[in-house]
Design a protein around this ligand. Structure first.
Ligand code: KIV
Length: 289
């Protein structure tokens, strides 16, 4: 088990946009992680992370879809509301699901409002740095909602990108990722996620980034890192992407715990006397008679 340092209460002020920019300027690494429900929110809040994303990865990690594409806006809003109830200090970002922002600026702004008004999110994230995503980021930002961009591997459009694979691995593709990141920054995004691009490409693009950049599979040069809660804690089958570092094997522990309970029930070891309720003997007598 790695040594953990949980920040004391004095350093647990609510995360704000100015503080994020200050962290970038001071070179303090920004910690972001996903959460999808009340217990995962309690865990990440207690661990003292800076940013929490209700990722559309929840489509797969907690809802069991085989990609992020089918998840509905109302499903993600329900997850976001539960996360909000478990958080005190981290900055909460809601992921706009596929199909909830691409059609028009109006659709994008309306969806973003729902994440803020109904689920209590501080900001929203959208995928892609093409003209559509840049226009939507600008429209939402102008409506007063902070937007996080996301370039590189964007799972909502993985089919168009040729599958779940690293992006920007030749000069033209790297230039495209660079141009998209700059366009999102110019559109007003407060932060951008770089996913699955070569470390050297990320390092080069970072020279032009004034907003905090959060990496996932983009090497060490970004201002912060994000991982999916279920990947880092091993609440999944298989090891996941190359960039995942696993800090626990909770699925194994969950299976072992439930198997031990099942064995206890089958062997009549559970419940034991200490798990039962008692009543005054005279009341029992009266009841029986
Ligand atoms: O949905 C998600 O979890 C994400 C992160 C991987 C950035 O978009």
């Amino acid at each position: 088990m790695p040594t953990v340092r949980i920040p004391n209460d004095a350093s647990r002020l609510p995360m704000t946009l100015p503080r994020l920019i200050e962290m970038k300027q001071l070179g303090e690494p920004i910690v972001m992680v996903t959460a999808y429900d009340y217990p995962s929110a309690l865990a990440v809040d207690t661990a003292g992370v800076d940013l929490v994303l209700v990722g559309d990865s929840g489509a797969m990690t907690v809802l069991g879809y085989d990609s992020t594409v089918p998840v509905e806006l109302d499903e993600l809003l329900m997850l976001a509301k539960a996360v909000r109830r478990g958080l005190k200090t981290p900055f909460l970002v809601g992921d706009l699901p596929f199909g909830s922002y691409e059609v028009s600026d109006e659709q994008a702004v309306q969806t973003a409002f729902r994440f803020v008004k109904e689920a209590g999110c501080d900001a929203v994230k959208l995928e892609g740095g093409g003209t559509t995503s840049v226009a939507r980021a600008q429209a939402i930002t102008r409506a007063g909602i902070p937007v996080m961009g996301h370039v590189g591997l964007t799972p909502q459009t993985a089919t168009a990108l040729g599958g779940y694979r690293a992006q920007g691995r030749n000069a033209e593709a790297a230039k495209r990722v660079h141009a998209e990141a700059v366009a999102l920054q110019e559109a007003g995004c407060f932060s951008i996620v770089f996913e699955a691009i070569p470390s050297a490409v990320a390092e080069t693009i970072m020279r032009d980034m004034q907003v905090p950049v959060i990496g996932i599979g983009a090497g060490p040069s970004t201002d912060g890192q994000v991982l999916v809660f279920h990947d880092l804690l091993g609440i999944r089958e298989g090891r996941g992407a190359k960039f995942v570092k696993r800090y626990a094997d909770l699925l194994d522990e969950m299976v072992a715990g439930v198997a031990a309970y099942a064995a206890d029930v089958r062997e009549r070891q559970y419940p034991a006397p200490e798990h039962g309720y008692t009543m005054p003997p005279e009341e029992l007598e009266r009841f029986r008679s």
